[in-house]
Ligand binder design. Structure first.
Ligand code: ATP
Ligand code: MG
Length: 458
């Protein structure tokens, strides 16, 4: 069997202890005493997971990680930091580390982190297979990004695609809701039948009903002929109800009937059965709309059989380089500027932007840069002013921490930070995670680790 893990550390005693621990848990483990040697080992044999110390004489752990990520993009890297150097850990996470461990390494945490990393890789591999095997034009392979947060959603979506269950996709504007809806359709057994989208927010209220369900001749003034509705057009395929939060209450009742009974009633005519898979999407907070009575609770529950939440781009900065590259290549071809080069050094500007318009904003900005670029190479001056100026504050600028002479517990500080963020957002995990710039899964993992829960803390 191929080895699972390559351990890199200059301290041989630590290497041995960790190796034994992992071996006892059933993993195949190889070791390397330096970054340089690790690269040699990797050249002969790939490893799904590399665990490296950050502080090593010669090649540092960060440099090693950069080299590994360049030559073995499918390898996950976990970094090990010395006590009190959380800033390097943060930098490592930003540069694409899967996770970090602090010395002295806690045995349970080590195993938990390794298990999560390998599980994540397995999931990613499954999605990769899906990406290559399905419809090339609209399939999952068009959805760029490898972040945990995105993979988590794609994993559920790809499995849900095989069923006929109704899916509700949520996410801020430009996060790829429609892209995902299409991927689900083209990965489903319905992919030969139509994918029909209707934007509930863009059609005038009085026309939505006939757009959706069709009408019979003479049903109202102007109805000069029978008209097929979108639902009927989608028969056998998938109906994508975009901006579902904009659907007026009176139509929500009619939609409920479709969702429940797969039955439609034409304006001015009788009812008939249809066979459609429903995917709905919204950027709105439907729970709040249910609260204030603008969205039917029964409809909400019927739609969210499989709820999927696309994470905002700022929560997955690790996906940004690949997205920039993807759109850069695409737009260069479109605009006939194949000669243009985008230096890697500019990527941090993209990674520290907040991207309120998410992937769509990024796509548009990349295109604008190409249109406006003067030379053969994009320079800082070609970037839009907001990218140039608003480098996000680094962790150490965001709050100034006095270091007490007597020492300080890193875990204690981390726990306190997480607790305060949770309290700040009344224990709303999504908001707290966003604030801390980590995924919700990471937050939950840390909450469990520190035994943080609402009841106990209040
Ligand atoms: N992960 C991704 N990989 C590649 N392209 C993406 C990704 N996410 C979004 N896009 C692209 O970004 C643009 C916006 O995506 P999409 O229209 O699906 O977003 P949306 O969530 O429906 O936005 P809105 O709420 O504003 O309608 C599209 O051009 C889409 O192809
Ligand atoms: Mg959309």
């Amino acid at each position: 069997m191929a080895a699972d893990i390559l351990l890199v550390d200059d301290e041989s005693s630590l290497l041995r202890v960790t190796q034994v621990r992992l071996r006892n848990a059933g993993y195949q483990v190889e070791t390397a005493g330096s970054g340089e040697y690790a690269l040699e080992v990797l050249e002969k044999q790939p490893f799904p997971l590399v665990i490296t110390d950050l502080m090593m004489p010669g090649m540092s752990g960060l440099d090693l990680m950069a080299r590994v990520r360049a030559s073995h993009p499918d390898t996950a890297v976990i970094v090990v930091t010395a006590f009190g150097t959380v800033e390097t850990a943060v930098a490592a996470m930003k540069a694409g580390a899967f996770d970090y461990l602090t010395k002295p390494i806690d045995g349970d945490e080590l195993l938990l982190t390794v298990r999560r990393a390998l599980e994540h890789l397995r999931m990613r591999e499954e999605i990769q297979v899906l990406r290559t095997s399905l419809d090339k034009k609209y399939g999952f392979e068009n959805i760029i990004g490898k972040s945990n947060a995105l993979m988590y959603v794609l994993d559920i979506a790809s499995r849900a695609a095989q069923s006929d269950s109704t899916i509700l996709i949520r996410g801020e504007t430009g996060t790829g809701k429609e892209l995902l809806a299409k991927a689900v359709h083209f990965a489903s057994r319905r992919h030969h039948a139509p994918f029909v989208a209707i934007n509930c927010g863009a059609i005038p209220r009085e026309l939505i009903e006939s757009e959706l369900f069709g009408h019979v001749k003479g049903a109202f003034t102007g109805a000069v002929a029978h008209k097929k509705g979108k639902v009927e057009t989608a028969d056998g395929g998938t109906l994508f109800l975009d901006e579902i939060g904009e659907l007026p209450l009176e139509l929500q009742v009619k939609l409920l009937r479709l969702v429940q009974e797969r039955e439609i009633e034409k304006v001015g005519g009788g009812s008939s059965k249809v066979d459609v898979r429903l995917v709905a999407a919204t950027h709105r907070n439907l729970e709040a709309m249910v609260e204030d009575g603008t969205f039917r609770e029964d409809l909400f529950y019927r739609l969210s059989v499989i709820p999927l939440e696309l994470p905002p781009l700022r929560e997955r900065p690790g996906d940004i380089p690949e997205l920039v590259e993807h759109f850069f290549v695409k737009a260069k071809q479109k605009l006939g500027r194949e000669d243009l080069v985008l230096p890697q050094a500019l990527l941090p500007y993209f990674q520290s932007h907040r991207w309120p318009g998410n992937v769509r904003e990024l796509e548009n900005i990349v295109e604008r840069i190409i249109v406006l670029a003067r030379g053969g190479e994009v320079t800082v001056n070609d970037l839009p002013p907001n990218l140039r100026q608003e480098r996000a504050p680094a962790a150490h600028d965001a709050f100034r921490l006095e270091l007490p002479e007597s020492g300080i517990s890193l875990e204690g500080v981390e726990r306190e930070l997480i607790l305060r963020a949770l309290q700040k957002f009344e224990w709303n995990q999504s908001q707290a995670a966003r604030y801390l710039d980590i995924s919700r899964k990471t937050l939950i993992y840390r909450m469990e680790k520190f035994g943080l829960d609402k009841e106990k803390e209040s």
